[in-house]
Design a protein around this ligand. Sequence first.
Ligand code: FES
Length: 122
Amino acid sequence: MSQPKELPWLRITRADSIPAREGRSVRLGGMEIAIFNLGERFVAIENACPHRGGPLADGIVSSQGDGVTVTCPLHNWRISIEDGDVRKPSGKGHACVRTFDVKVENGIILFRPAPRVSETAA
Ligand code: FES
């Protein structure tokens, strides 16, 4: 039985093109991704709020007791950009957005176009 082939890293943009604490949207095939610069690292989530699809890349990034989140610009839901879970409003069950691996090499943001393994293993 063959192992699933690991997806390649895709070059996205220069790391210095995304200011600290801001996000940018990127369309890759049929997906729209929000990539955020957290200063010391980059994170990527799908760019669609689980409420009504608001553009999370345009939201405000903040750090609170429950981690780093983005506030959706449409109706202020607050989404973790680390694990994709909805933090506010609470009680939304398993509403979440997909998270993805990103890294920076030689000043270029690289993206792997598959949800993190821990999210697909459940
Ligand atoms: S679409 Fe994001 S809070 Fe409504």
